[in-house]
Design a protein around this ligand. Structure first.
Ligand code: SF4
Length: 411
C-alpha cells in the first residue's frame, strides 16, 4: 500500500502557508472533513513548555490546521489534549499548558472549545486483539468525534524512542487510564490504543524538533519543516527518517509495519516536496542521553534492540540507583537486542526474549517486551541487590507522586 507524505520548508516565517501547502500536497482534507464531521484537532502538549521550544506543538501550527478545518465548515471543531500524567515524574496541569503554549488563545481567537482530556469522561472501548489492555478508556470528546487530526511535534522519547503522530494518540486517554497503560507497559498499551484510535490525518510540527531527553535548550533541533500525511504510520516512518531513527527500533512501528495492509517502510511511501536526504540528521536518542547518567553501566546492544526493552530498562536502572545500589551497579553489562559480541562475562544481565539464546546461566528477563518487575529482578540478581527493596522504593515513589498530583487528572 503506497502512501504520500509531504515535507515543506517554512519560508519567511509563514507557518500558515507551509501548513496549507503541506496538507494540499498530501491530498488535502476535503475528503476527510465533511459538512457533518465532528473534528478534534489534537496537538501534543504533554509538557509545560512554550511554543517554539520544540517540546510541544507550536500553537501557530495548531492554529493553521484548525483554520484549514474550519474552512471546510464541519459540524464541530474542538482542540483537545491531556498532558503527561507523571509515571515516574510529576503530573502536569493541562490547563497551564493550554495557557503557556498559547493554545487556549488560539481556541478563543477561532471560537472553538479547548478540552482537557485528562478530566474528560472515560468511555470504554473494546480492543479486539489486545496486547496489554482488553478495553481502553478513551475520553468522550474523542469517542464522539469522527475525525481526529494528530498535530504532533517531532521528538525522541525515553520509553518509545520516537513520539510523533501515533504516540500522540496516547493523550486521548483520560489521566488515570494513561497511568494504567504505563503500568501495563507503554509500548504494548500504545498498540492497543492505536488499534482503536488511528488519526484520520497527520500534520507534524517540525519547526523545532527535540532530541535526547529534551531537557535543555541544546536538545532543540531547528528544522523549519511541516510534514503532512493521511496515513499515520507512513507519517511516523518519515518522521523517524528525519531523526535518523530506525522505525524498527520503535516497538509499535516495528509491529505495525510488519502487518498486511500497512506501509512496510520508506519504499512504500511517496515523499513529496522536500527530500528526506536534504533534511535528515542523526538525533541523539533519549536512551543514549539517559545512559549518560550511568557511565558505570555498559549496554551491549544488537540490531533487534527496540523501545520495548528501553522502557523497562529506564525504570529498572533509575530505581536500582535510587535504592542505593549505584556502587553495586559498577561494571554491570546489560545485553539486549542480540548483539554480535558474544564474549560477555562478569556482572551481566540479559534483557528481552530476542536475546534468550545469549543468556545461558546469566541473569535474564525474558519476554518481548519483558515485564518491568522482571527487568528489575534481573538487574538486581546481576548486582547482588535486593529486588524487593528496589520495587518497594519504586512503588513508594509513585504512590507519593501520584497522590500529590492526582487532582490534575481526575474530573
Ligand atoms: S525482546 Fe528484543 S524485540 Fe522484544 S522488546 Fe526487547 S529488544 Fe525489542
Amino acid at each position: 500500500m503506497r502512501q504520500t507524505v509531504s515535507i515543506v520548508q517554512i519560508e519567511n516565517c509563514e507557518i500558515d502557508r507551509a501548513v496549507r501547502d503541506a496538507v494540499e500536497m498530501a491530498g488535502g482534507l476535503s475528503n476527510i472533513v465533511k459538512g457533518d464531521s465532528k473534528v478534534v484537532v489534537k496537538p501534543n502538549l504533554a509538557r509545560l513548555a512554550s511554543s517554539g521550544s520544540g517540546v510541544i506543538t507550536d500553537a501557530r501550527v495548531t492554529e493553521a490546521v484548525t483554520r484549514l478545518v474550519l474552512d471546510l465548515n464541519p459540524t464541530s471543531v474542538i482542540i483537545a489534549e491531556g498532558t503527561a500524567v507523571g509515571y515516574d515524574d510529576k503530573a502536569l496541569s493541562t490547563e497551564q499548558v493550554f495557557d503557556l503554549s498559547g493554545t487556549r488563545g488560539v481556541a478563543l481567537t477561532l471560537g472553538v472549545p479547548c478540552v482537557n482530556l485528562n478530566i474528560d469522561e472515560p468511555v470504554p472501548v473494546e480492543v479486539v486483539e489486545p496486547r496489554a489492555m482488553d478495553r481502553v478508556l478513551i475520553a468522550r470528546t474523542i469517542v464522539e468525534s469522527d475525525v481526529v487530526i494528530s498535530v504532533p511535534v517531532l521528538k525522541t522519547h525515553n520509553r518509545t524512542n520516537a513520539t510523533i503522530s501515533l504516540k500522540n494518540m496516547y493523550g486521548a486517554l483520560p489521566g488515570t487510564e494513561k497511568r494504567a497503560g504505563h503500568m501495563l507497559g507503554i509500548n504494548q498499551s500504545l498498540l492497543d490504543v492505536i488499534s482503536v484510535l488511528r488519526p484520520s490525518y497527520t500534520v507534524i510540527d517540525a519547526l523545532v524538533a527535540m532530541e535526547g531527553l529534551w531537557r535543555t535548550p541544546e536538545d532543540a533541533r531547528i528544522m523549519g519543516l511541516i510534514l503532512a500525511g493521511q496515513d499515520a504510520v507512513a507519517s511516523d516512518v518519515v518522521g523517524c527518517a528525519l531523526m535518523g531513527i530506525d522505525p524498527d527500533s520503535v516497538f509499535y512501528l516495528r509491529e505495525l509495519t510488519s502487518r498486511d495492509g500497512e506501509v512496510r517502510g520508506l519504499s512504500d511511501i511517496e515523499v513529496v516536496g522536500e527530500s528526506i536526504e536534504t533534511h535528515a540528521r542523526p538525533f541523539r536518542t533519549a536512551f543514549e542521553a539517559f545512559m549518560d547518567q550511568y557511565p558505570e553501566v555498559r549496554v551491549v546492544s544488537g540490531p533487534s534492540f527496540c523501545s520495548g526493552c528501553v522502557a523497562e530498562l529506564v525504570t529498572a536502572l533509575r530505581y536500582l540507583h535510587e535504592s542505593g545500589y549505584g556502587e553495586r551497579a559498577k561494571g554491570l553489562t546489560i545485553v539486549v537486542g542480540v548483539p554480535e559480541e558474544s564474549e560477555i562475562s562478569g556482572k551481566c544481565a540479559v534483557i528481552g526474549a530476542c536475546s534468550d539464546e545469549q543468556a545461558g546461566d546469566i541473569a535474564m528477563a525474558s519476554g518481548c517486551p519483558p515485564a518491568e518487575d522482571d527487568v528489575v529482578i534481573a538487574l538486581c540478581e546481576a548486582c547482588d541487590a535486593d529486588p524487593s527493596l528496589v520495587l518497594s522504593v519504586r512503588d513508594e515513589n509513585r504512590r507519593q507522586m501520584w497522590e500529590s498530583t492526582s487532582d490534575l487528572i481526575r474530573g
